[in-house]
Design a protein around this ligand. Structure first.
Ligand SMILES: *Cc1c(COP(=O)(O)O)cnc(C)c1O
Length: 398
C-alpha cells in the first residue's frame, strides 16, 4: 500500500487516526474494511508466479499478509518510528516469534530482572530444551550489567517499567552498554504504549507489545505487535510468523485499528486519573506505600520525567496487614473490577502474590519486591471521583 505523503510530519494522534490508509484501495471506506478472507484470487497465472517469486507485492494467502492487518502494521511502524511492523495473535506470539527468529542454540540473552510471567517461562524452556541461555540482571547497575554480558550474548531483552513494582530501566544507559557489545536491544513497551514511551528514539532496535492492553484498550481482543528495522522484521516474517503461524485475524486487526484512533485521548485520561488515585492512596492511613512514577516520592521520578512522556495508568501499593488485608480489600471493591490484564478503559485490580506472580517461588517474589500486601491497580478512564469513592469504601474493611 502506498504511503500518503506528509504522514511522517503529523502529530501522534493524527498519525494514529490517519496513517497507513489508502482510501482509494478501500473504495473510499472511512472505516478500514475487514478483509475476512483466507486466500486471494490471482488475475493470471503469470501474476500468481510473480507474487510467489516476490516480484509483485500483491496478496497471496492471509498467513502471509492481509490488507486489514497491513493497515495496522503500517500505523504501528509510523507510531513507534520504525521501518516495519508485524502483527501477531497475542503479545506472547510477538515475543516468542521475535526471539526465535533472532536466536539460535548456544546464544545468550541478558534480561531485565523483572519479566512478564510467560516471558520468563519462555526463557526457561528455551534454556532447558533449546540451549539458549539467559541471565536476569539489574541493568541500572552498570557493573552487574557488564558482568552479565558474555562473548555469546546476542541480545538484551527488557521491560520498563517492570511489572508490578514499576521500577524503571534507564534506556539510554542500557542501549549504550548494548552498542559497545553489538547486542540487539528488544524492549517490551506494553506498559507505556508508543504514546508515552518510544524506545526506538533511545536507540533500541525492536519494540514488542501486548496489544491486548492499552493499544486495544477495551478488553475485547488478544493481540501482539513488533516494530523494528526492515531487515530484522523481514526475518521474523519469513521464519517464525510464516512457519509457526501466530498471525492476527483481520477482525482483531480491525478492533486494534479502532482502538488506536483513541489511544492518545485515552492515555491522557489514564495518566491524569492515575496521578489523582496515587495521591489519594499516598495520603490514606491504611496504605503503607505507593509506587507510581508520577509521584515525587517515586525513587526514579526524575528518570520517568526524562524517558517517558507521561507516567501511565498503573499503580502498585501496599496495604498494612499483608496477605489477608489485601484479599479483604479486593473482596470489597465494586466499581474496580477484580481481574488481571491492564490498560482497559475499565479500572482493574489484582493481587500479584496470589494471582499473576503466584507461580514465582516466595523467595524470588520477595527479591522482585512483590510483598504479600502488594496490590496492582490499572486505573481506567471512568470519572475519577467514582474510582476514589470505591477505593475509600473498600479500604474501610482493611
Ligand atoms: C500481557 C503482557 C504480555 C503478554 O501478552 P498477551 O497478549 O497476553 O499474550 C507480555 N508482556 C507484558 C508486559 C504484558 O503485560
Amino acid at each position: 500500500m502506498k504511503k500518503v505523503t506528509g504522514e511522517q510530519k503529523w502529530g501522534f494522534s493524527t498519525r494514529a487516526i490517519h496513517a497507513g490508509v489508502d482510501y482509494k484501495q478501500m473504495n473510499g471506506s472511512l472505516a478500514t474494511p475487514i478483509f475476512q478472507t483466507s486466500t486471494f484470487v490471482f488475475p493470471s497465472a503469470e501474476e500468481g508466479r510473480e507474487r510467489f517469486a516476490g516480484n509483485s507485492d500483491g496478496y497471496i494467502y492471509s498467513r502471509l499478509g492481509n490488507p486489514t492487518v497491513r493497515v495496522l502494521e503500517e500505523k504501528i511502524a509510523m507510531l513507534e518510528g520504525t521501518e516495519k511492523a508485524l502483527a501477531f495473535a497475542s503479545g506472547m506470539g510477538a515475543v516468542a516469534s521475535v526471539l526465535l527468529a533472532i536466536l539460535r542454540a548456544g546464544d545468550h540473552v541478558v534480561c531485565s530482572k523483572g519479566l512478564y510471567g510467560c516471558t520468563y517461562s519462555l526463557f526457561q524452556w528455551l534454556q532447558e530444551r533449546f540451549g539458549i541461555e539467559f541471565t536476569l540482571c539489574n541493568m541500572n547497575d552498570e557493573e552487574e550489567f557488564r558482568r552479565a554480558i558474555r562473548p555469546e550474548t546476542r541480545c538484551l531483552y527488557l521491560e520498563t517499567p517492570i511489572n508490578p513494582t514499576l521500577e524503571l530501566i534507564d534506556l539510554k544507559q542500557a542501549v549504550n552498554v548494548a552498542r559497545k557489545n553489538d547486542l540487539i536491544v528488544i524492549v517490551d513497551n506494553t506498559f507505556m504504549s508508543p504514546y508515552l514511551q518510544r524506545p526506538i528514539e533511545w536507540g533500541a532496535d525492536i519494540v514488542v507489545h501486548s496489544a491486548t492492553k492499552f493499544i486495544g484498550g477495551h478488553g475485547d481482543v488478544v493481540a501482539g505487535l513488533a516494530a523494528g528495522p526492515r531487515k530484522l522484521l523481514e526475518t521474523v516474517q519469513m521464519t517464525t510468523l510464516k512457519d509457526l503461524g501466530p498471525v492476527l485475524s483481520p477482525m482483531d486487526a480491525y478492533l486494534l485499528i479502532r482502538g488506536l484512533k483513541t489511544l492518545g485521548a485515552r492515555m491522557d485520561r489514564h495518566c491524569s486519573n492515575a496521578l489523582e488515585v496515587a495521591r489519594f492512596l499516598e495520603a490514606h492511613p491504611k496504605v503503607e506505600s505507593v509506587c507510581y512514577p508520577g509521584l515525587p516520592s517515586f525513587p526514579q521520578h526524575e528518570l520517568a520525567k526524562r524517558q517517558m512522556e507521561g507516567f501511565g495508568g498503573l499503580i502498585s501499593f501496599e496495604v498494612g496487614g499483608g496477605y489477608e488485608a489485601a484479599l479483604r480489600l479486593l473482596n470489597h471493591v465494586s466499581l474496580c473490577k477484580l481481574a488481571v490484564s491492564l490498560g482497559d478503559v475499565d479500572t482493574l485490580i489484582q493481587h500479584p502474590a496470589s494471582m499473576t506472580h503466584a507461580v514465582v517461588p516466595p523467595e524470588a517474589r520477595r527479591q522482585m519486591g512483590i510483598t504479600d500486601g502488594l496490590i496492582r491497580l490499572s486505573v481506567g478512564i471512568e470519572d475519577v471521583e467514582d474510582i476514589l469513592a470505591d477505593l475509600e469504601e473498600a479500604l474501610a474493611f482493611v
